[in-house]
Design a protein around this ligand. Structure first.
Ligand code: GCB
Length: 598
């Protein structure tokens, strides 16, 4: 039917209603680094409507058209102020019982005041995470649409923002085969505006982003700084930015030409490490445009040599554990207290490293890990059977990876970018994931790239063509659990002769807290402990395994797990989902890591 015909009504007849919203993307190209700037929180109680049929976008509620052309009131289907309240940030699934498994669209709205502080000031909204698709409107105008549940995005609102504003965010949380992750995962699909929403301001010309790090040349005495400046209406800016690290006596010029500047400065920082997580305050200031940003940076070098992983030139064993961003009360929403208690458990394990599985965790994690001296594996949700043949899926994955790297590349704690987990070795997957590895290196040439690769369970060897594109080989194996024949693990390790370091990024087994029995009884703490004892004995004897992150620190919500011990939780945690009660295997891992020493 043509939209010219007299009985065409776009809100009910236009099946392509999303096209216009998708045409304006909020992606990594619009990301502005807001660290070290004054941030005004838009968190709090928003009005919220469950919009199961996506009518906000179909019927353009966001235009707030309340009267027809003749001035008569319209029978509206929305009613912002009468709607219930929903906490932002929060996973809607845990806010209301009837939304526990809700995977449709929800509309969030609130008002806010805005008073400019300086002449020509620019203003931005930044969303730290919205699952999965968020379409943002301000004062009736479309700002754009973001895809990806776990990475940040920004929208410039200069010229649209007024004294009194209404923001509307339509968030849609469907699982789909063409998304990243796709519709089948071993974790819960939380939805909503579940991370912070902030407003920040900049001068007309402003410092958009920076990348400060030790040059990985083995000398530990060169600091590189890249700066990006944004001009008014996209006009390229040139000028001099000062780069200062008072603690090192650094005060250097970074010449910026056409928006980009880069400089290498000689300096001898105390190196960041888990034993001494030294951070330096730094400042970038651009007097010609009156902009200044600050950050706290740790300087360290992470590299790979043969089958060794080197931290500051010395071999290091990554003593870690996997953790999901999943809290029994808050889901994927987190806070400083939760992050610090996670790290406290890692330290009780005598660990120095966490695998943040299987998607980017909250931005505060890496900041706190910087302070606490914890190394991190950061990952994008290229998980299991992604639509590797689909170019749109690749674009989504590449964008999520770009947003992650741009968000966290100034964090010393992040030492590995992972481009995926347990994906079948097809040509399409090889091309997809090796392009992702190249993308990570293009945005950040200072960190190794890894992925959880595959074992050939017939040949009993680590075998995955993706290995050629990686710096560190991640391997998941569940001998003693999914495959009870534990004897295969030592054979696999003997049969393999990798030229690169291997990290065992998963092993383990399930145990219901308090469930006791023999070491052969599934879901008992006793069997889980036995699996850990056998695993660490084999791992400890393998010359090329340079790190381990068993699966997993805490039990986590998982709709695929329906037996009487699981009750919708994956029970492979070393602690219960209460994040307090330890299982017997915890001590096995703690003793193993204590024995390895620093
Ligand atoms: C895996 C996956 C992880 C699962 C785990 C399990 O290999 O990478 O996401 O949760 O196994 O418990 O089966």
């Amino acid at each position: 039917m043509s939209d010219k015909s007299g009985n065409f009504q776009s809100d009910i007849h236009d099946s392509n209603y999303e096209t216009v919203f998708l045409a304006k993307k909020l992606d990594h190209t619009g990301l502005v680094n807001a660290d070290g700037r004054t941030q005004e929180s838009l968190n709090g109680q928003w009005n919220f409507g469950v919009d199961w049929y996506d009518t906000c976008r179909r019927a353009k509620w966001f235009t707030e058209t309340t009267h027809d052309a003749a001035g008569r009131p319209l029978p509206l289907d929305w009613d912002w102020e009468a709607w219930e309240r929903m906490t932002v940030p929060a996973c809607w699934n845990l806010e209301r019982e009837d939304l526990h498994y809700f995977e449709g669209s929800g509309v969030y709205t609130r008002k806010f005041r805005y008073v400019p502080e300086i002449e020509g000031e620019r203003a931005f909204l930044r969303f730290e995470g919205a699952a999965y698709r968020a379409t943002v409107f301000l004062n009736g105008q479309l700002l754009g649409t973001h895809d990806g549940a776990s990475t940040p995005f920004c929208a410039e609102i200069t010229g649209i923002v007024k004294a009194d504003n209404r923001i509307i965010v339509a968030v849609e949380a469907k699982r789909r085969a063409d998304r990243v992750p796709m519709d089948n995962t071993d974790w819960f699909n939380y939805g909503g505006l579940y991370r912070d929403v902030i407003l920040f301001r900049t001068p007309p010309v402003y410092i958009r982003d920076w990348f400060v790090r030790l040059v990985p040349d083995g000398t530990f005495s060169n600091i590189a700084v890249d700066v990006t400046l944004a001009g008014v209406s996209g006009v390229a800016v040139s000028g001099e930015v000062r780069f200062r690290i008072p603690g090192l006596g650094v005060d250097a010029a970074v010449p910026v030409v056409n928006g980009k500047g880069t400089t290498v400065i000689r300096a001898k920082p105390e190196l960041w490490s888990p034993a001494a997580p030294r951070l330096y305050d730094m400042e970038l200031s651009a007097p010609f445009c009156s902009d200044t940003v600050t950050d706290r940076i740790g300087f360290r070098e992470i590299s790979v040599k043969g089958t060794d992983i080197l931290l500051n030139g010395k071999p290091v064993f990554l003593k870690g554990i996997c953790v999901h961003e999943d809290h029994f009360e808050k889901g994927k929403t987190t806070d400083e207290k939760i992050i610090r208690s996670t790290i406290a458990h890692l330290k009780e394990l005598h660990g120095n490293y966490l695998r943040l599985a299987h998607y980017p965790h909250d931005a505060r994690f890496a900041k706190i890990a910087d302070e606490e001296g914890v190394m991190l594996w950061a990952e994008v949700p290229v998980y299991w059977a992604i639509a590797f043949e689909n170019p749109a899926t690749y674009a989504d994955a590449e964008n999520q990876l770009s947003e992650l790297v741009l968000r966290d590349r100034n964090r010393a704690s992040v030492i590995i970018w992972s481009v995926g987990n347990e994906n079948a070795d097809t040509d399409a997957r090889l091309s997809f994931m090796s392009r992702l590895a190249e993308r990570a290196r293009a945005l950040d040439g200072t960190r190794p790239v890894s992925a959880a690769c595959l074992i050939n369970h017939e040949k009993l060897a680590i075998e995955d063509r993706l290995v050629d594109s990686l710096d560190i080989i991640g391997v998941n194996e569940y001998y003693g659990w999914y495959d009870p024949d534990f004897g295969k693990l030592p054979r696999i390790l003997e049969n393999s002769n990798p030229a690169k370091p291997v990290v065992l990024c998963e092993f383990g087994g399930g145990a219901r807290i308090g469930q006791r029995g023999s070491t052969d009884e599934l879901f008992t703490e006793d069997m889980q402990r036995r699996i850990y004892e056998k695993q660490v004995a084999v791992i400890g004897a393998c010359r090329y395994i340079k790190g381990t992150t068993p699966w997993i620190l805490y039990d986590f919500r998982c709709p695929r797990r329906l037996n009487r011990f699981q009750e919708h939780f994956n029970r492979k945690g070393l602690l219960d989902a209460d994040r307090v009660t330890k299982k017997l295997a915890f001590k096995v891992m703690a003793d193993f890591y204590e024995g390895i020493g620093d």
